[in-house]
Design a protein around this ligand. Structure first.
Ligand SMILES: N[C@@H](CCC(=O)N[C@@H](CS)C(=O)NCC(=O)O)C(=O)O
Length: 204
């Protein structure tokens, strides 16, 4: 398998953490690529019509996207660390938490784009609303953190943790740990795992 990859993407980090947890990371050849919302790459559009990373290329040449689909696919590749429960109720809860974690990344990425604009073109309202939405999501996670700490790792927890690592990477001033001791304790435990240590962001 090949993975269009960057060391700066929270979505790529999420699927690489999954690959490490499943013991299949060494079956993935990483294809470094720089993507930008401000430029079109026709070559990459031929691989993924949205030209986004991560995009996984299977051995038969099929393209697989997006990060949630890739993560669920990788979970099927080995019995190690089952990350998506089979029982419908538990499965739905993990998938919802997966959507929450990926959604937090979806909130943060446009804020990053906004910060990259010349100051005169930035919208203070857009930034403030995005920061408020992030805080509300983190508050909800604080309320869920005790249960998360008690459960084995799953796709939902991986998605939330990678989104929070991205907040630390790009928005340390948001200081999401402040007033959220449960979420902090859960985050500190999960990010000690070798899968997180092997996938640290690099601002190359
Ligand atoms: N929903 C997608 C989001 C992926 C995404 O937006 N990736 C960013 C990099 S962090 C990207 O490829 N941006 C380029 C673009 O949107 O043109 C997923 O979960 O995989």
């Amino acid at each position: 398998m090949k993975l269009y990859w960057s060391p700066r993407s929270p979505y790529v980090r999420k699927v690489m953490v999954v690959a490490h947890e499943k013991g299949v990371a060494d079956r993935i050849e990483r294809l470094p690529i720089v993507v930008s919302g401000l430029a079109v790459s026709e070559d990459f559009h031929a691989v993924n019509p949205l030209a986004r990373i991560p995009t996984l290329i299977l051995d038969d040449g099929a393209s697989v996207y997006d990060s949630t689909v890739i993560a669920e696919y990788l979970d099927t590749l080995s019995p190690q660390n089952p990350l998506l429960p089979a029982a419908p109720g538990e499965r739905l809860a993990v998938q919802s938490m997966h959507a929450l974690g990926t959604g937090i990344a979806d909130l943060l990425i446009p804020l990053r784009g906004e910060l990259a604009r010349p100051e005169a073109e930035r919208s203070a309202t857009f930034m403030a609303v995005g920061v408020s939405k992030f805080a509300l999501a983190a508050d909800r996670l604080e309320a869920m953190a005790g249960g998360m700490l008690a459960r084995p790792i799953d796709l939902g927890q991986i998605a939330v943790a990678t989104a929070l690592t991205y907040a630390d990477f790009r928005f340390p001033h948001l200081d999401w740990r402040q007033g959220r001791p449960g979420l902090t304790a859960w985050f500190d435990a999960i990010t000690q795992r070798p899968s997180f240590r092997a996938t640290a962001f690099v601002d190359a």
